[in-house]
Design a protein around this ligand. Sequence first.
Ligand code: PGA
Length: 237
Amino acid sequence: MLIAGNWKMNKTASETVEFCSALRRRIGGIAEEVDVAVFPPFTSLAAAVRLLATTEIAVGAQNVHWATEGAFTGEISAPMLRELGVYAVIVGHSERRQLFGETDETVVRRAAAALEAGLFVIACVGELEEERDCGDTDAVLRRQVSALTEDDRLVVAYEPCWAIGTGRTATPDQAREAHDVIKSLLDVPVLYGGSVTPGTAEELLAQPGVDGALVGGASLDVDSFAAICESAIRIRS
Ligand code: PGA
């Protein structure tokens, strides 16, 4: 079971120091039973790595470029992240797909470069609301997932776009159905993401085929993130 916190474009380096110190005090000890990772923005990665170095809590980045170096202004490569002590990356988040022109092809290239460099990868997939309304959820997931290649260090996050930052979560049945589709194509852990909160985590995490959560908004507050991690522990035990 993995609980991953996607901070998006939130928390400066000094806010990260404060958050990680508090997180370490709050769940530094329990994280051995459930895998926990935080994904700060690039400028806060070094602070997070330093603060969490002596804990079981991993630090990841929110994106990575496919080249190792070169003329790619504004991009960050996998070896750069590795040297910093970063353990994992998110690729293909729906905000990258919708706002920054990310495609299945670029997602696959980013994932491949990160895996090649020894990073763990959380690859995000999920349908738009209109795709669900048209009955296309299954086809969208099949297209996005079949672009990926199975790997021991690959995790898929199912994040229905209409549930991200909206306060609407997939029902347990919707989550289970989507996870089943993904798992029929790739034998990898599958996280659920989209408005996971301390109030909704336990029921979602208890669904068969749900191997953890990718948490956005609720991961920005130590108490709510820790409460979600504690739900995961209760389900595991
Ligand atoms: P949310 O975001 O929990 O704020 O809905 C999830 C995500 O985008 O990973």
